[in-house]
Design a protein around this ligand. Structure first.
Ligand code: FAD
Length: 486
């Protein structure tokens, strides 16, 4: 029968937002119940997002890197790909991390409840219990009472209404399932998720097409960064269609036939094309309308987002929301930081700790990374935004063709760009394209958070020879003191 599971904090959803909130709340001494419909913790990011995609992208990067070695006098034969072993490898990576989370939850005495949660009041959540691999309910349910709640129910892939229901049409979850390598693959949507998955499939042997409604791939990044990626990656594609809409699709024995239309006057579009695999990567939609929010009195926008203030509080004072469900950018590192804020505010209020109770999300910037090859990473103001907002900036650009390390690596196509406020010389943004760009962008984020100026960064001694040196050099370029190149 139903057990009483009343708690201080109920967390709905065990993605990066949910588990981070639950762990922080437990560390602060609260009694926490974490509700998740799936068998493993970790949400989209660990199970079907960040982590499995990076496991596959690492393999793809090594395969591609090995090809570059021919120029250095070392040749390997064509790769022999065993897709079952590759899938098992990816699953093992995911299992290691989700298993680790389960152990950490146990260690912290966070109670996890497996099932589909729906609010039934301002202080109660009903959970339809689920078990087994999928998420079919067992018919049993449980009501959990709480003093405070954190909604971390995330988002899911958008489906285009005219796409046929066919195993050859997948979203990112289906693509990560890696059933077979198609001969021809269409990526619907030229954003990070689509291009990352395209990179994997192309390295495994697929020919790619990509279609994007807006005027360029990887929206959000400055065009100069994307240009470098696009030049390096052009050989993977038959058609890169921008300013183009996908208007119809039908399943045929030969494949999925897709028709295109110009989204802007004068744009040439190809005849209908037939694909073995179509990946829908046209964005993600928040799960706000699926959790019974109205029963708790929590406001949800038409699009399914839950509005919150800087403390991650919804319109209901003891209910908070974090992660993809509160808005863009839908990124794991944003969810984690919001999670800590929500947990701290709740602990502060329940325990009368004024300092904790004033915790707020006040990050100046949130970095974005496309883990493609080369990687593209950016943070803070872009040049395009600076122009649009009329912000005067000084640019420091350091081409990797002048970086000893990039040349030694045989990968000198990239560059590092820093943008400084023209008056204060404080850094306001930056972008990197090149191998390991994602691992370096955090330094720019730190510099922005600390209010560093060009001299601070230029005079910081970076080890030689590293790609990270390019950050110091870019700052010196901006400051006009760049005299000797490595
Ligand atoms: P989610 O991770 O979506 O978790 C929500 C959880 O809530 C899910 O487990 C869901 O089952 C559960 N849930 C929902 N409703 C209910 C309910 N009613 N009852 C019970 N449980 C419920 N971000 C990055 O920062 N870096 C990356 O490299 C990156 N790569 C990505 C690659 C792909 C292919 C995809 C799809 C996404 C990627 N993301 C990446 C985005 C990242 O996965 C999300 O931003 C992140 O997972 C959001 O965390 P969250 O906690 O808000 O929600």
């Amino acid at each position: 029968g139903p057990v009483d599971l009343s708690c201080d904090v109920l967390v709905l959803g065990a993605g990066p937002g949910g588990y981070s909130a639950a762990f922080r709340a437990a560390d602060l001494g609260l009694k926490v119940v974490l509700v998740e419909r799936y068998a493993t913790l970790g949400g989209v990011c660990l199970n079907v997002g960040c982590i499995p995609s990076k496991a596959l992208l690492h393999v793809a990067a090594v395969v591609d890197e090995v090809k570059h070695l021919a120029k250095a006098g070392v040749e390997f034969g064509a790769p022999q790909i065993n897709i079952d072993t590759l899938r098992a490898h990816k699953d093992k990576v995911v299992g290691k991390l989700t298993g680790g989370l389960a152990a950490m939850a146990k260690m912290r005495k966070v109670t996890t409840v497996r099932g589909l949660g729906q609010f039934v009041g301002a202080n109660a959540l009903k959970v339809e219990l689920t078990e087994g691999e999928g998420s079919a309910t067992t018919g049993q349910s449980q009501v959990i009472g709480f003093k405070a709640a954190i909604i971390a129910a995330g988002s899911q892939a958008v489906r285009l209404p005219f796409m046929p229901d066919d195993p050859r049409v997948v979203d990112s979850t289906g693509a990560l399932d890696l059933q077979a390598v198609p001969k021809r693959m269409l990526i619907l949507g030229g954003g990070i998720i689509g291009l990352e998955m395209g990179t994997v499939y192309s390295t495994l042997g697929a020919r790619l097409d990509v279609v994007e409604m807006l005027d360029g791939l990887m929206q959000g990044a400055d065009r100069d960064l994307v240009k470098v990626w696009q030049k390096m990656n052009a050989p993977r594609f038959d058609h890169i269609m921008v300013n183009t809409k996908t208007v119809a699709a039908k399943a045929t024995p030969e494949g999925i036939q897709v028709s295109f239309e110009a989204a802007k006057e004068g744009v040439q579009v190809p005849e209908p094309q037939t694909y073995d695999l179509v990946l829908q990567a046209v964005g993600r939609t928040p799960n706000g309308k699926k959790i019974g929010a109205e029963a708790a009195g929590v406001s949800v926008s038409d699009r399914g987002f839950i509005p919150v203030d800087v403390q991650m509080r919804t319109n209901v004072p003891h209910i908070f929301a974090i992660g993809d469900i509160v808005g863009q950018p839908m990124l794991a590192h944003k969810a984690v930081h919001e999670a800590h804020v929500a947990a701290e505010v709740i602990a502060g209020e329940l325990q009368g700790n004024k300092e904790l109770a004033t915790s707020a999300f006040n990050a100046r910037v949130i970095p974005s990374v496309a883990y493609t090859d080369p990687e593209v990473a950016w943070v803070g103001l872009t040049e395009e935004q600076a122009k649009a907002q009329g912000v005067k900036v000084t640019k420091g650009l350091f081409p990797w063709s002048a970086s000893g390390r990039a040349i030694a690596n045989g990968r000198d196509e990239g560059f590092t760009k820093l943008l400084f406020d023209a008056e204060t010389h404080r850094i306001v943004g930056g972008g990197i394209v090149g191998t390991h760009a994602g691992d370096m962008i955090g330094e720019i984020a730190l510099a922005i958070e600390m209010g560093a100026d060009a001299v601070d960064i230029g005079k910081t001694i970076h080890p030689h020879p590293t790609l990270g040196e390019s950050l110091g050099m870019a700052a010196e370029v901006a400051h006009g003191t760049c005299t000797d190149l490595p």
